[in-house]
Design a protein around this ligand. Structure first.
Ligand SMILES: Cc1cc2nc3c(=O)[nH]c(=O)nc-3n(C[C@H](O)[C@H](O)[C@H](O)COP(=O)(O)OP(=O)(O)OC[C@H]3O[C@@H](n4cnc5c(N)ncnc54)[C@H](O)[C@@H]3O)c2cc1C
Length: 404
């Protein structure tokens, strides 16, 4: 059997894995990224909405060819059709083509001397005396062992390798199916993201329209089951969405899974760290995981590089990764998870009441002042400190009806 040695091996060339690899390579260590698909970024499974503040935290300035559009506000629709405009008077986010975004991240990592090896699926983690010591792959029909001081699991939402060595995996109830069509000829505002809530529309989550400019848009939906047929029904029959799509034609469709839960309870062991979707690093309110996954990847990269320098990938050494991401992200993730649970526990009448009261009591003022697309926990805390939020919540509370 062929055996190769690396300082670090990253499983999966999504944003989390690529940012981890770039961080390790930039510290002059030998890192190989193994990607099962022949091309980085494909097939894509994303709406591509990334906040400008999140990109800044990641230190990323995507080039023009990656960016498809810029948006300044979000309109949130209650089941009744009443809506709230959430804006802060400036551009908040970009919409990227994830295929090009991931390819650009890969290029950056290669420039820093990371190796990216495509068309190679990691079949198993290799262990020795309770530590992960690398991976086993099948390459050109031959079994290959790639040994590493640190292995990084960045497999994404369907990840199962860290579970095979005893780390906790994401619970299936935190995974919602999602579907999205890219359309042209839609009648939408080019700088406004739209989110549609309601049990009839998207039980447990929401439907979205993300404009790409010139009448092109991504129209998607995630819910706890049957997301694709629900999306198709919504595109045909939803009183507002269908009206915007009368002249639209579908360019392509993609499916995927969004995460709506909390991160896994343990993300490291001797020789291994877990990053990105594989570790549940997402905003439960939207399922967005590029920014939090990227932050976790950069922290993991720094921890892994230090472990390589010190030749110490013990659980104690790699545990520094978990301490760092927890102190930075866990409070935010918990607040978003609770907010998501609360929203999905309201019946449609409850959501109508909430949006109506939020509008009448000007709760969006708090969002204008303190809003952040990623660190929403801070905004949620600001809202809860506002007595008018309590009025809105109390009057909607009679419509709480949990779904089981
Ligand atoms: C419909 C939809 C819309 C979304 N919209 C947004 C959005 O607008 N903004 C946002 O921030 N997030 C969004 N997300 C979530 C976002 O796509 C993920 O959070 C993000 O891609 C996670 O990055 P990652 O690097 O952890 O995993 P991924 O991007 O999934 O990358 C994992 C990679 O690992 C590879 N891999 C897996 N197993 C192996 C193996 N055994 N061997 C080798 N390679 C392997 C996979 O092929 C893949 O390339 C959306 C998700 C969906 C489904």
């Amino acid at each position: 059997m062929k055996t190769l040695d690396h300082d670090a091996v990253v499983i999966g060339a999504g944003p989390a894995g690529l940012l981890t690899a770039w961080t390790i390579a930039a510290r002059r260590h030998d890192v190989a990224v193994l990607e099962e698909h022949p091309k980085v970024g494909e097939p894509d499974h994303c709406a591509g909405l990334l906040s400008l503040s999140g990109l800044k935290i990641l230190g990323l300035e995507p080039p023009q060819q990656v960016i498809q559009n810029t948006v300044r506000a979000a309109r949130i629709y209650a089941p009744s059709g009443r809506s709230l405009l959430v804006e802060r008077g400036r551009h908040e986010a970009v919409v990227v083509d994830r295929r090009k975004f991931d390819a650009w991240l890969a290029e950056r990592a290669v420039q820093a001397h990371a190796s990216i090896i495509t068309g190679v699926k990691v079949r198993a983690l290799k262990t020795h005396d309770g530590s992960v010591v690398g991976v086993e792959t099948l390459e050109d029909g031959a079994v290959v062992q790639r040994k590493a001081i640190v292995t990084i699991d960045a497999e994404g939402v369907q990840g199962r390798l860290s579970g095979s060595v005893g780390l906790p995996m994401i619970h299936r109830t935190s995974k919602y199916p999602a579907y999205q069509y890219e359309v042209q000829g839609a009648d939408v505002d080019d700088d406004l993201v739209e989110m549609y809530y309601g049990r009839q529309t998207a039980p447990g989550f929401f439907a979205w329209i993300i404009p790409l400019g010139d009448g092109r848009a991504r129209v998607g939906l995630a819910s706890d089951f049957k997301s694709k047929p629900r999306l198709e029904a919504v595109m045909r029959h939803h009183p507002i969405i269908s009206g915007k799509l009368v002249k639209a034609s579908v360019l392509r469709g993609i499916g995927g899974t969004v995460l709506v839960g909390l991160p896994v309870k343990k993300t490291f062991m001797s020789g291994l760290v877990v990053v990105g979707d594989a570790a549940g690093m997402v905003k439960a309110t939207t399922g967005g995981g590029v920014v939090f996954g990227g932050i976790s990847g950069k922290i993991a990269g720094k921890t892994a590089a230090l472990a390589v320098s010190e030749r110490d990938a013990s659980a104690r050494s790699l545990g520094r990764y978990e301490t760092s991401w927890r102190s930075l992200l866990l409070g935010q993730m918990r607040a978003m998870y609770l907010a998501q649970r609360a929203i999905s526990s309201f019946s449609d009448r409850g959501l109508d009441s909430l949006v109506k009261n939020a509008d009448e009591l000007s709760l969006t003022d708090t969002v204008k002042r303190e809003g952040d697309m990623d660190m929403q926990g801070t905004t949620i805390a600001g809202l809860l400190a506002n007595p008018r939020t309590m009025i809105a919540l109390l009057s909607a509370a009679r419509y709480i009806s949990p779904r089981f």
